[in-house]
Design a protein around this ligand. Sequence first.
Ligand SMILES: [Cu+2]
Length: 57
Amino acid sequence: MMKNTPGMKHAEPNMISLDAGKNGELIWQFTQAGTVDFACLVAGHMEAGMIGKVNVH
Ligand SMILES: [Cu+2]
């Protein structure tokens, strides 16, 4: 979907979409300790390594 609509932006409680080089803000609140995986949802990006982990203590 994002691939078919270049320039489309949207922000939802869990995610944000930005142009390259732009900054944005996303607030996640964690309610228990553990490791949370996150990744880019644009097709192919997760496979290309746009992933990370948040360690909640
Ligand atoms: Cu990406």
